[in-house]
Design a binder for this molecule. Structure first.
Ligand SMILES: O=C[C@H](O)COP(=O)(O)O
Length: 252
């Protein structure tokens, strides 16, 4: 089977109305001719309205970087799935390592956010990945298995049919230290095999993308690996030419 590649930008806490306008306009123009890869940007909440206006009817989808596990009510500062739907959001990142490490999001909470997203028909981009200490202690597989199992336990393996998994080794995020294509491929195969123990078809179809210092000059070799279906791009998604090059590299 052929999985359509996905390149999603994660702007993190960056941007301004003025910068976004220039960036989005340039990216939309740059990816116009790409018809065999899906491209998206996950922007900070306040810019969803701007993304909706600028990206409607273009090849660039938009998404959010987080959501509340609650649907509505007295949860000051939270943003619900239905609010994201109001702004035409298609994707939402859940369980990014920065949220796990800096904001205390547990595997269980991530699984709940995943559920809330899917209930609202949003496509969760579920981030999994190990720290350097965990890799050096040979815990990569057990850590990722735990992160994945929490989501499968709560949501069922079928839920992965409408989701994307992003493998993001924490030691490669924003460090300029990319996993080698083979290192990334090995973990992607581990993830796919793990899912296959529950359901072969879902495992074969689910898109597993790689994140961690993907740049215009290393994207092609990463995306050439058979189980790497695209990328979740941080820093390089803030530079139009770089992001467009990475999107092009994912079109096989
Ligand atoms: O979500 C994106 C990742 O955290 C990767 O960020 P990076 O490309 O800046 O390393």
């Amino acid at each position: 089977m052929v999985r359509t590649g996905l390149v999603a930008g994660n702007w993190k806490m960056n941007g301004s109305l003025e910068q976004n306008q220039a960036l989005l306009t340039a990216v939309v123009a740059g990816i116009r001719s790409l018809d065999r890869v899906n491209c998206a940007v996950c922007v900070p909440f306040p810019y969803l309205a701007q993304a909706q206006v600028l990206l409607n009817q273009t090849h660039l989808a938009w998404g959010a970087q987080n959501l509340s596990q609650y649907t509505h009510g007295a949860y000051t500062g939270e943003v619900s799935a239905s609010m994201l739907v109001d702004f035409g959001v298609q994707f939402v990142i859940v369980g990014h390592s920065e949220r796990r490490a800096l904001f205390g999001e547990s595997d269980q909470l991530v699984a709940e956010k995943f559920k809330t997203a899917q209930t609202a028909k949003l496509i969760p981009i579920l981030c999994v990945g190990e720290t350097l200490t965990q890799r050096e202690a040979n815990e990569t597989e057990s850590v990722i298995a735990g992160q994945l199992e929490a989501v499968i336990e709560l949501n069922g393996v079928q839920a992965l049919a409408n989701a994307v998994i992003a493998y993001e080794p924490v030691w490669a995020i924003g460090t300029g230290k990319t996993a080698t294509p083979q290192q990334a491929q090995d973990v992607h195969v581990f993830i796919r095999d793990k899912i296959a123990t529950r359901d072969n078809q879902i495992a074969a179809n689910v898109r597993i993308i790689y994140g961690g210092s993907v740049k215009a000059d290393n994207a092609r070799e990463l995306f050439a690996m058979p189980d790497i279906d695209g990328g979740l791009i941080g820093g390089a998604s803030l530079v139009a030419d770089d992001f467009v090059s990475i999107c092009k590299a994912a079109q096989h």
